[in-house]
Design a protein around this ligand. Structure first.
Ligand SMILES: Nc1ncnc2c1ncn2[C@@H]1O[C@H](COP(=O)(O)OP(=O)(O)O)[C@@H](O)[C@H]1O
Ligand SMILES: [Mg+2]
Length: 264
């Protein structure tokens, strides 16, 4: 299997109480264990994870599910280490992401009852979907929006050139403070790839287009996509494909919300 080559800087792996802790040298095992049991402020709860803010850090916990959850985490342990590995790799490549501080795997006798990724909280940052919506609402000049989109396209291209694919590249998973530097979050969705397939490009472009098309017209979004166009791809055909993909994605999304009883 293709994997990320990790930095040579030594990371520490140690047993601490009933946990295996991977961490940087400048953060103690005790403070990581304290953070994972702190109440903190809930940022998001999904069927499989819970993300909390604890002071200047974020704890993303996979500790739900009973016996089945424990088995899944134990048998597919590399899957649950993905965020840690991706965070270190992106840092080495100079690609924006929250600084990962540690990975705690709780459990006994080789079973993993809970896996916790601890990373920096991106203080004062917003996701790019909201950032763009606010820019548009505030009447930002067209040139500023184009520069913002250009910077974002460059960052997305850098991720691809580094051989990393984000499975959920929606605007909600990219953060920014001033619209100049960008940070990928949801690090456990980032996987190593040798080369992007056409399908991978397509998935990411639909995700990004869907994040912005409620606020911007195609006069702005088409040049944005052109900057990320897959090699050898005809521009006009590609744009049409992405637009259709976005509509299908939106229909699926609305259907899911309806099933969940969420108001639209
Ligand atoms: N490092 C971070 N800094 C600030 N907010 C974060 C950070 N990581 C996650 N969040 C917030 O928590 C939410 C959920 O985190 P994410 O990793 O995207 O989980 P999920 O897989 O459930 O989408 C994000 O949408 C974001 O609002
Ligand atoms: Mg997310």
């Amino acid at each position: 299997m293709h994997t990320f080559t990790l930095p040579s800087e030594p990371m520490i792996t140690e047993h601490c109480e009933d946990a295996v802790v991977r961490r940087r040298a400048d953060i103690s095992c005790a403070s990581l264990l304290e953070m994972i049991s702190a109440e903190g402020e809930t940022l998001k709860v999904s069927p499989t994870t819970e993300t909390r803010r604890v002071d200047g850090y974020v704890v993303k916990a996979c500790s739900r599910g009973s016996v089945f959850g424990v088995l899944k985490r134990t048998l597919r342990r590399n899957r649950y280490r993905r965020g840690w590995v991706a965070g270190l790799y992106l840092e080495q490549q100079g690609i924006g992401a929250p600084r990962v501080e540690g990975l705690v795997e709780k459990g006994r006798w080789g079973f993993i009852s809970g896996s916790y990724l601890i990373m920096e909280y991106l203080d004062g940052a917003n996701n790019v979907e909201r950032y763009l919506a606010e820019m548009v609402q505030d009447g930002a000049p067209e040139e500023r929006i184009r520069t913002f989109l250009g910077g974002l396209a460059q960052t997305v291209n850098a991720l691809r050139e580094a051989g990393a694919f984000h499975r959920d590249l929606s605007g909600k998973n990219i953060f920014t403070r001033k619209g100049e530097k960008f940070y990928f979050i949801d690090l456990d969705s980032i996987v190593p790839v040798k080369r992007y397939s056409r399908g991978m490009h397509y998935t990411n472009h639909v995700q990004l287009y869907d994040s912005f098309c409620d606020y911007l017209g195609d006069d702005m979004l088409e040049p944005f996509m052109a900057q990320m166009l897959p090699e050898g791809q005809d521009y006009a055909t590609w744009v049409k494909l992405i637009r259709r993909g976005q509509m299908e994605r939106r229909t699926r999304q609305i259907e899911t919300w309806r099933k969940q009883g969420r108001s639209l």
